[in-house]
Design a protein around this ligand. Structure first.
Ligand code: SF4
Length: 164
């Protein structure tokens, strides 16, 4: 016969969650056999959850911390975080959206040589010109687009300089 603490550890080891709600034990993802044992001896399980030895167990403490965190209100506020004072409070979903955007930056905007300060106009309007960034007048190797500098052709170019 397992002790209450052993039952708690077995549940946590199986990926289940246990927490107390007043004098009741609540659980999630608990194997049926263990759930029946919890039900049969709820008082001892509650005592095991609350007992000091159980709290000394790192795994149990970690689970309890996660469960406590799950119970926090969505809005945790920034007021006590240095450098973030005064920023609007964000929900976890908003945090997630910001992280997603940071990890998936939008593709760079396309430009045209014709709108770039580095572009040297050809003899005729809209004709082939030169890029002043390179000795041969061709677009820099790191740029993407036409192999030559046409004023209106779309281009991705790290050397683009907005003409003023
Ligand atoms: S720096 Fe890039 S965008 Fe500007 S003229 Fe040269 S190739 Fe075109």
């Amino acid at each position: 016969m397992s002790t209450a603490r052993e039952i708690v550890q077995e549940i946590i080891g199986a990926g289940g969650h246990l927490w107390f709600d007043g004098d009741r034990v609540r659980g999630r993802n608990i194997p049926r056999r263990l759930a029946m044992q919890v039900k049969a001896d709820e008082g001892a399980i509650l005592a095991a959850l609350l007992s000091a030895p159980a709290h000394d167990d790192y795994a149990i403490e970690e689970r309890l911390a996660i469960q406590e965190e799950e119970k926090l209100p969505l809005d945790r506020g920034w007021a006590d975080v240095a450098g973030f004072e005064g920023l609007p409070d964000l929900t976890p979903a908003q945090h997630g959206a910001i992280l997603h955007r940071l990890m998936n930056p939008p593709p760079p905007a396309t430009v045209t040589c014709g709108s770039c300060a580095e572009f040297e106009q050809g003899l005729e309007p809209n004709s082939l010109g030169r890029c002043s960034r390179t000795a041969d007048g061709l677009p820099p190797v790191a740029s993407r687009g036409y192999g030559v500098c046409f004023p209106a052709a779309p281009r991705l170019c790290p050397n683009y300089q907005e003409a003023v």
